[in-house]
Write a protein that binds this ligand. Structure first.
Ligand SMILES: Nc1ncnc2c1ncn2[C@@H]1O[C@H](COP(=O)(O)OP(=O)(O)O)[C@@H](O)[C@H]1O
Ligand SMILES: O=C(O)C1=C[C@@H](OP(=O)(O)O)[C@@H](O)[C@H](O)C1
Ligand SMILES: [Mg+2]
Length: 171
């Protein structure tokens, strides 16, 4: 893993821990990390929820694709993706071409506990409940599994444990 030539993409549902685990991977591997949501916020000068509210979801999804194209010019970085990014075929193809894809999973109950106080996940606005999370997860699940090179269940595990499992899978 020291001479990582490809990128590592972290994918999975909101609250699966992509951003948290990406930070832990960066800390352990000393490899730079790109946080897609944070980079979009920086580019747009607006919070994610404001982008959705003022410019719409399609605008946000286009911004994700544009950012991903720029990021996949690079090599050897950890990319923490937004949970919906891989749903676009073009984005999934870019990820497949440019690195290894790690899917983090968690049950709807775990996800709910992790995101219930979040105010910046507009997809869950007005729908912050386990049933809605389960329904949306079901819609996304096949795509997540189809593109993943490695799948790590995160329920009841610390970021350190999850990171260890990811690194073991690539060792
Ligand atoms: N393995 C974990 N165990 C407990 N809490 C976690 C874990 N991973 C992430 N969290 C918490 O869940 C919330 C969402 O995590 P985050 O990394 O932002 O997820 P994502 O980027 O996949 O949406 C944060 O409050 C984070 O601290
Ligand atoms: O799943 C989604 O559609 C989204 C996930 C979010 O990122 P996280 O998965 O890091 O919460 C963020 O990109 C946006 O709110 C949309
Ligand atoms: Mg995140």
């Amino acid at each position: 893993m020291k001479k990582l030539e490809e990128n590592i993409f972290l994918i999975g549902f909101m609250g699966a821990g992509k951003s948290t685990v990406a930070a832990e991977l960066e800390r352990q591997l000393h490899i730079p990390r790109a946080e897609m949501d944070a980079l979009i916020v920086e580019r747009e000068g607006m919070a994610i929820s404001d982008i959705f509210a003022e410019k719409g979801e399609t605008y946000f999804r286009d911004a994700e694709t544009a950012l991903l194209k720029d990021l996949t010019e690079k090599k050897g970085i950890i990319i923490s993706c937004g949970g919906g990014a891989v749903m676009r075929d073009e984005n999934a193809a870019l990820m497949k071409q440019c690195g290894k894809i790690v899917l983090l999973t968690a049950t709807p109950e775990t996800i709910y506990e992790r995101v219930k106080d979040s105010t910046d996940r507009p997809i869950l606005n007005g729908n912050m409940n386990v049933d809605y999370i389960r329904e949306l997860m079901e819609k996304r699940k096949d795509r997540y599994l189809a593109v993943a090179d490695v799948v790590v269940a995160t329920d009841q595990k610390s970021a350190e444990e999850i990171t260890r499992e990811i690194l073991a899978a690539f060792a």
